[in-house]
Design a protein around this ligand. Structure first.
Ligand code: GDP
Ligand code: MG
Length: 664
């Protein structure tokens, strides 16, 4: 398989996403023209289109300072600028977590959150909502020098007293060995900024890539949100070690805290042994150097309890240099291309599999909803045809009789409105209970106990229990929701069955979304918190603002899990009511059509045969539509499969497929 750069792979991924969105939109437009797309299906399509448009892929670089995170970011993503964009030279390291991304609603800029905000209880998510609190510097993306000089701001520091450093979370009396040095005037150096957001219209970032560069252990440790929210949600986390330092104690601490827990998570994890150029030695043969690198890889792998092929040896610096100079031999020697190839394949194929699966679900849903309506339409026509055929050779009295019968059927049908109303109101009542269970006040209530417990002195031993209690309650909420779902489901089953018998509908309640995934999500959050506090951040709980921040970050995570669950449930409910609405509408239309035909025949405005001929035509049209629907759904699903890299040059989806054929 050919080696491709990360940028090339991301381009292909983007093209695939765009193609998918285009074809899905074409299908939805066509269905809408045929009046076959109900509200719920249309909402599902819109959601997926939005996801295909703005799906974010986050790659986080996590390691001790000076391992080459920023250099690797420069080499992989920004070599095209011909120089370093992220500061990565001796003495100019990133001092604060820095996110690179693209938001088209904001001009290209660097936004910096002052470190003093750490003294306040708000979490990073809260600060993101308050753009006015950030210092903004505009970026000139076409000027690499200006860009690089603005970026230097992420390296800025401040001198503060020991007391201030302590308050900011950079000084710990319990762990003196990690404290920054005190200068002659009794001050210590701390980062000037707490977090940086770079908004840049770089092609990759525009396509949805988000890069997170982090400073070393000290700076990440004080930001619980990074550890428990941002990093675990990244699609890939790259952990970097340096060949010249080996695996140090703090490298191991970062590994244990951030990377080891990921083994059970959904993202990919990469371990990079950087700076292999420090092993290049003019006096050794290439074979000797290779075996030296292999030895280091094996040693590193052993320390981290990995297989040695799970450690990727590279030189970020030489890779960047080689790309800037166009030096192919040096690039190969840097081994950077292998890393990029792996990063792209793992991260993007995972993303594509996820999107493809969602697409299948949405298309399935849209397909069955529209096929059902088509079926109803065809049946109503067939029945009307039968009805009219029965009128052949009959006199005016019989025709009048028929008219009366339709009228009666229609008013009986209209009276069914009351029982439908009853079904809907039970449905709404149950749904309101779900909304309440998954609401903010319910989360607050469950987390209140935990936040009190965390502040208690000597929580160390009761930590697991305190989290266990809170999370058991949260998981229990999800289970309660699941049982309400079951109740709604059986209520709908009963009501739909009755409507089917009484009115000859073909209603089929959609199955309820499975909530176990959300229980698992909660457990993952619980694990990440315990891991984070367990590996040595426990002492930080002594600071109330830290605990407050931790609990807020936790509440925000739980809220987002609950909101996702609620979104799925609401859509499920909408799907079942849309189905009912669609069948009611079709029935009403059928009554009108029957009435109209009878009236025309009565008024001798059209002959019976003529009317029957019209029905034949409509039936033929519906049959064509049904065939077209099947074909389009099939084609869409076939084209959703990402082309294998080997055929990537010739896209698997032919341009003909883009054009959705419209039946006459
Ligand atoms: N020899 C060598 N030095 C490197 C390499 N990658 C980074 N460096 C240097 O290591 C230092 C720290 O790099 P930087 O990217 O700032 O590290 P960070 O703190 O992890 O972001 C800088 O002086 C880099 O130039 C490499 O592959 N080889
Ligand atoms: Mg850096």
């Amino acid at each position: 398989m050919a080696i491709t750069t990360f940028n090339q792979q991301f381009d292909q991924h983007h093209t695939w996403r765009n193609g998918m969105a285009q074809r899905l939109r074409a299908l939805a437009d066509w269905l809408k023209e045929q009046d076959l797309l109900d509200d719920a299906a249309s909402e599902r399509v819109q959601q997926l289109l939005e996801q295909l448009r703005s799906d974010k892929v986050m790659v986080a670089f996590v390691a001790e300072f000076s391992r080459g995170k920023s250099e690797l970011i420069n080499a992989v993503f920004f070599a095209g600028y011909g120089r370093r964009i992220m500061p990565a030279s001796a003495g100019r390291t990133t001092m604060c977590p820095t996110e690179l991304g693209w938001d088209p609603d904001v001009p290209p800029c660097l936004r910096l959150l002052p470190i003093e905000t750490r003294l306040e209880p708000q979490s990073l998510i809260d600060w993101r909502m308050a753009p006015e609190k950030w210092t903004r510097v505009d970026l000139d993306v076409n000027n690499a020098d200006q860009l690089a000089s603005v970026m230097e701001k992420v390296s800025e520091t401040l001198r503060v007293s020991v007391d201030e450093a302590r308050a900011l979370g950079f000084w710990h009396d319990e762990r003196p060995e990690d404290n920054p040095p005190i200068n002659a005037s009794g001050e210590v150096e701390v980062p000037r900024w707490r977090h940086a957001l770079i908004n840049m219209a770089h092609p990759l970032l525009k396509q949805g890539l988000v890069v997170l560069d982090t400073p070393g252990l000290n700076a990440i440790g004080a930001e619980p949100e990074l550890t428990v929210s941002l990093i675990p949600q990244a699609q890939a986390v790259v952990f970097i070690l340096a060949a010249d330092t080996g695996v140090t104690k703090s490298d191991q601490a970062i590994w244990r805290e951030h990377l080891a827990p990921m083994a059970t998570g959904s993202g990919s994890r990469f371990v990079v042994l950087n700076k292999i150029d420090t092993l290049w030695d003019a006096l050794s043969t290439p074979a000797q150097i290779d075996s030296q690198i292999a030895r280091q890889r094996a040693l590193t792998a052993e320390t981290l309890a990995l297989q040695s092929d799970q450690v990727i040896a590279i030189s970020a610096q030489k890779g960047l240099l080689a790309k800037v100079r166009g030096d192919e031999a040096l690039l190969a020697e840097s081994r950077l291309p292998q890393f990029e190839d792996l990063l792209g394949k793992q991260v993007l194929s995972g993303r594509e599999a996820m999107l493809e699966q969602t697409l299948r679900i949405v298309v399935d849903n849209v397909h069955s909803a529209s096929a059902r309506v088509l079926g109803v339409r065809r049946r109503e026509l067939a029945e009307q045809k039968q009805e009219l055929q029965g009128l052949r050779g009959k006199n005016q009295a019989v025709i009048r009789q028929m008219r009366l019968r339709i009228d009666m059927e229609k008013s009986e049908f209209d009276r069914s409105g009351a029982s439908l109303q009853a079904v809907r109101s039970v449905h709404m009542k149950l749904l309101r209970e779900v909304i309440k269970l998954l609401g903010t006040s319910s989360i607050k209530k469950e987390l209140a106990g935990l936040s009190v417990a965390l502040r208690e002195p000597g929580i160390k031993f009761g930590l697991k229990k305190a989290y266990g209690q809170a999370f058991d309650n949260l998981r229990n909420i999800i289970r309660q929701v699941q049982s309400l779902e079951t109740e709604i489901q059986s209520m709908l089953n009963g009501a739909f069955r009755q409507l089917n018998t009484e009115y000859g509908f073909s209603l089929q309640p959609p199955s309820a979304p499975d909530m176990t995934r959300f229980e698992e999500d909660l457990s993952a959050v619980e694990r990440s918190h315990l891991q984070y506090l367990g590996v040595g951040n426990l002492f930080q709980l002594a600071r109330p603002e830290f605990t407050e921040k931790l609990v807020r970050a936790l509440a925000a995570r739980v809220r987002s899990i609950f909101e996702t669950a609620l979104g799925e449930i609401e859509l499920w409910n909408k799907t079942s009511s849309s189905q009912l609405d669609a069948q009611l509408r079709e029935r009403r239309r059928a009554y009108n059509r029957r009435m109209e035909a009878i009236t025309r025949i009565q008024d001798a405005a059209g002959s019976l045969d003529q009317r029957l001929l019209e029905i034949d035509e409509q039936e033929a049209q519906l049959a064509d539509t049904a065939v077209a629907l099947e074909r389009q759904v099939r084609e869409l699903l076939v084209s959703a499969v990402m082309p294998q890299p080997a055929q990537a040059a010739a896209p698997a989806h032919s341009p003909e497929m883009l054009a959705v054929p419209l039946p006459a």
